[in-house]
Design a protein around this ligand. Structure first.
Ligand code: GUN
Ligand code: ZN
Length: 440
């Protein structure tokens, strides 16, 4: 037949819903001796190997990952490909860190060759970490969007991106400033026409954050969002205390979220990174408008921004996903991001179970980006992006896994001790895109 069929053998785990706390077992399916059947890049069946039919295996290519854990590809709901070279920059909190490290690095992205190299590097590190979808900030330069989408398309990845919008003095430096709102809108519309909905690519309207935005810019963004509900929106919100105070003064607002609300930026497909310093009123508005939050724990700890209140967000029914926030964040790995997310909860006397952690890294992320019709789990019809993890990738993991007495204990060891070394392979629509180097 003209059909491209693959059967993957391994320990399969995927989520059908948020397990909550304490985790509810109905929220996931686990097939320890499982099979995943893929046709033309999409899932057609999954279940225990004993129930696999001849119909599924006829003419099928076999991929054997028995003894390893097969999960839906990780979803990074917030990162900057323009900050590859900024990762691990010393000694500053957000406002000074942006001025001292980020803006100088981003000024180089007017050179198409530099943007291409960075996009290529970023996407390869992302795949090596088991991440198959991300919502990504480029820079203010239109060519930086072209470079990112072109490299993502070459790898057949489902990603979101959009030109960074920033036009306000003095917080947007002059060499990284949109010259006018009209021109920013024109450039945005041109990029939308060329990239949005092309293959697996989606356009996200990307105002950097309130301090770099004039009221006219935010008004334009709100209007575009209303005209085009098929687009996404990504920005930063309430990350750092000094930033929050600044924004409340600049816009004479009750809260940071109120500023975005005022201009119509809240709604489905709107993703707000950080939201560390928000209150119940903000959470109620985010939930009511079906807005979502990208929780970026490695960044919030590294930049000393604060402790995100995950349990409170869940209590208010706000959709949350995980973000690496490269380069404020310190790891491309969603496993390391979960490790830090657990510690952020621990510092607040709370917990993050392995079940909920792996939900957040997969289906939770897909829901945060409203991509859960396409990705996030192995329900038949979904695109077969997946990651294969090795329980014994390091001596420390191997030892801890060996003494574990339950599956959840092993999962928790993976999310605490795992990183790129635990990724045996990453598959994009059923095709292998990354392999770990062989260990001796
Ligand atoms: N707020 C505005 N821009 C940025 C950025 O590049 N990184 C982070 N972490 N926060 C921001
Ligand atoms: Zn960010």
């Amino acid at each position: 037949s003209g059909c491209d069929r693959t059967v993957v053998y391994g320990c399969l785990l995927h989520f059908l819903d948020d397990p909550g706390d304490p985790p509810a077992e109905q929220a996931w399916e686990l097939f320890e001796d499982g099979a995943l059947v893929i046709e033309n890049g999409k899932v057609v069946w999954l279940g225990p190997v004993q129930r696999l039919s001849d119909q599924h295996t006829a003419d099928a290519k076999v991929i054997d990952h028995r003894g390893q854990l097969v999960l839906p590809g990780f979803v990074d709901t917030h990162a900057h490909y323009s900050q590859v070279d900024v990762i691990a920059s010393y000694g500053e909190q957000l406002p000074q860190w942006l001025d001292k490290y980020v803006y100088p690095a981003e000024s180089r992205f007017d050179q198409p060759r530099h943007a291409e190299l960075m996009a290529s590097f970023f996407l390869d590190r992302m795949l090596a970490a088991g991440t198959t979808t991300a919502s990504v900030f480029p820079t203010v330069h239109a060519n930086s969007v072209d470079a990112f989408f072109a490299e993502a398309e070459r790898r057949n990845l489902r990603v979101l991106c959009g030109k960074v919008l920033m036009d306000r003095e003095p917080h947007a430096p002059s060499h990284l400033r949109d010259l006018s709102v009209a021109q920013a809108r024109e450039q945005t519309l041109d990029l939308i026409a060329r990239w949005h909905g092309r293959g697996r690519l989606g356009y996200s309207i990307t105002p950097r954050f309130a301090p770099t935005s004039t009221e006219q810019l935010l008004q334009m963004v709100g209007q575009l969002r209303q005209e085009r509900p098929d687009l996404w929106l990504q920005t930063h919100a309430a990350e750092n205390r000094a930033e929050v105070d600044l924004v409340r003064t600049m816009f004479n607002a009750r809260s940071y979220i109120d500023v975005y609300d005022r201009f119509g930026l809240l709604g489905p497909r709107s993703v707000f990174a950080h939201c560390v310093h928000i209150d119940d009123q903000d959470r109620t508005r985010l939930a009511a408008t079906h807005s979502s939050i990208a929780h970026c724990p490695t960044s919030n700890l590294f930049l000393g921004s604060g402790l995100f209140q995950l349990a409170e967000a869940r209590g208010a029914r706000v959709q949350v996903g995980l973000g690496t926030d490269i380069g404020g964040g310190t790891s491309y790995s969603l496993l390391q991001t979960l490790n830090e997310a657990y510690k952020v909860q621990a510092l607040q006397g709370k917990r993050l179970s392995a079940a909920r952690g792996f939900y957040l890294a997969t289906l939770g992320g897909a829901r945060t980006l409203q991509l859960d019709q396409q990705i996030g789990n192995f329900q038949p019809g979904k695109e077969a992006d997946f990651v294969v993890l090795d329980w014994a990738a390091t001596p420390v993991l191997a030892r801890r896994t060996e003494v574990a007495t339950s599956f959840q204990e092993r999962l928790f060891a993976l999310m605490t001790l795992g990183d790129e070394r635990a990724v045996a392979a990453t598959y994009v629509m059923g095709k292998r895109h990354h392999s770990a180097p062989a260990r001796s």
